[in-house]
Design a binder for this molecule. Structure first.
Ligand code: DQA
Length: 152
């Protein structure tokens, strides 16, 4: 029996969390968020690997690679959420269950953040709970995988 393997993807500028607009994104660093997710993954009995990139093509390649190695994707695509047909198409192509997360509530912010290219190809979206958005998203994804593959 193989443990479910989750890919966590962080998009552009999220490497600056902790310094970047703390009034909007809070004080946690990306390392803090990944550490909490790794602890949660251990408790949930899943494997987890995380990647941050400021480059759209790197994220696209990683999604393609996940096809053969991972069971689900947790993604904060950052600004690419609102611009990237390529990321949307990559998620649709690999057909892995994907949960979209955002630290801030994108619907309380500028109008250009209200549209997500990822949302129509995600099983769901969690937005506005700071680092807890990732934790809630991980729990939701693991629950979804357990429901859809009860014997794995
Ligand atoms: C974000 C929201 C996006 O609009 C923004 O471009 C980000 C971060 C969030 O986590 O709240 O980079 O995805």
């Amino acid at each position: 029996m193989r443990l479910p393997n989750i890919l966590v993807l962080h998009g552009p500028n999220l490497n600056l969390l902790g310094q970047r607009e703390p009034g909007v994104y809070g004080d946690s660093t990306l390392a803090d968020i990944n550490r909490v997710l790794e602890d949660d993954a251990r408790r949930l009995n899943v494997r987890l690997s995380a990647l941050q990139s400021n480059h759209e093509g790197v994220l696209v390649d990683k999604i393609h690679d996940a096809r053969d190695t991972h069971d689900g994707i947790l993604i904060n695509a950052g600004a690419y959420t609102h611009t990237s047909v390529a990321l949307r198409d990559a998620i649709a192509a690999v057909n892995l269950p994907t949960v979209e997360v955002h630290l801030s509530n994108i619907y309380r912010r500028e109008a250009f953040r209200h549209h997500s290219y990822i949302a129509p190809v995600a099983i769901g979206q969690i937005s506005g709970f700071g680092p807890d958005s990732y934790r809630l998203g991980l729990h939701a994804l693991v629950n979804y995988l357990q429901r859809s593959q009860p014997d794995s």
